[in-house]
Design a protein around this ligand. Structure first.
Ligand code: PAF
Length: 275
């Protein structure tokens, strides 16, 4: 496995890589990322993982400075997963000058859910992902469904801007107790870690109720928020939405997803379940 810190080195390797799959990450890799790497390996001749903690997608009071940077351990995991190339640029390589050109996703997609609570987040994500796609020029790019809205924003960006890459979703990987794997789980204390699966349990309860014919979404959402708050969480949202555009459902036949975000102590967790 080769590790590239510059665009030139990565591009030289890419030239002979055949069909390439890119898995963009911010590092601190867990089994969810590794599953994406394996999925990528089944679809391409060569898997390229990028590791870059992207300042542009963090708000001023978010965890950019404390986000775990674990390059050596990440590279061991990537090598074991059969990844051929790691692109690990520093900030000077990715942003040699202040980034003044950005991708602005459609307001309807970023004023809701995560976008409402993390202003500017998806602009930062879309900008860095477009830049990574331009640098690597992969045939395929994989993104996990755990960040459901991110996957939607990026799929729409690729389609609307005619970027020649196929976007593939990866299923969320969960711990045995249901907690979705996330780099931010590492922030949880032991007590918070045992409380954390409640978010998934609430989403699962709503998904079961909807499958069973309960369409009082507002009550389901409000009850779940109250249940989380009663156990010390600060919920941002619990929402039943259409999978296609994450807007509130209109027809009973709309394929749905239930999404949630809530803070437990200082850790903000997100999760979702397709209904
Ligand atoms: O999902 C992530 O880890 C990041 O948002 C991504 C897609 C690597 C962009 O920085």
């Amino acid at each position: 496995m080769q590790i590239h810190h510059t665009i030139e080195s990565l591009r030289a390797a890419r030239a002979s890589a055949g069909k390439a799959a890119l898995v963009p990450t911010m590092g601190n890799l867990h089994e969810g990322h590794i599953t994406l790497m394996r999925q990528a390996g089944e679809r391409a001749d060569c898997v390229i993982a990028s590791i870059f903690v992207n300042r542009l997608q963090f708000g001023p009071r978010e965890d950019f400075d404390s986000y775990p940077r674990t390059l050596a351990a990440d590279c061991e995991k990537l090598e074991a997963a059969g990844v051929a190339h790691v692109f690990a640029p520093n900030e000077t390589v990715m942003y040699p000058e202040p980034q003044s050109y950005h991708v602005d996703p459609a307001p309807a997609q970023i004023s809701i859910l995560e976008g409402e609570f993390r202003p500017g987040h998806f602009r930062g994500v879309a900008t860095v992902v477009l830049k990574l796609l331009n640098i690597v020029q992969p045939d395929i790019a994989l993104f996990g469904k755990k960040d459901y809205q991110q996957l939607m924003v990026l799929s729409n960006m690729v389609r609307q801007l005619g970027i020649p890459v196929e976007v593939l979703p990866g299923e969320t990987v969960r711990a045995a107790d249901g907690l979705a794997l996330s780099s931010r789980n590492g922030y949880l204390s032991a007590e918070e870690r045992s409380e954390a699966p409640r978010l998934h349990r609430q989403l699962a309860r709503i998904a079961d109720a909807v499958r069973g014919g309960d369409h009082d979404f507002l009550k389901l959402e409000t009850d779940a928020m109250a249940e989380l708050a009663a156990h010390g969480w600060q919920p941002d949202y619990i929402a039943v939405r259409r999978r296609a555009d994450l807007q509130p459902p209109i027809h009973c036949s709309d394929p749905l997803v239930v999404l949630g975000a809530a803070k437990l102590g200082r850790t903000r967790l997100i999760d979702n379940l397709e209904v």
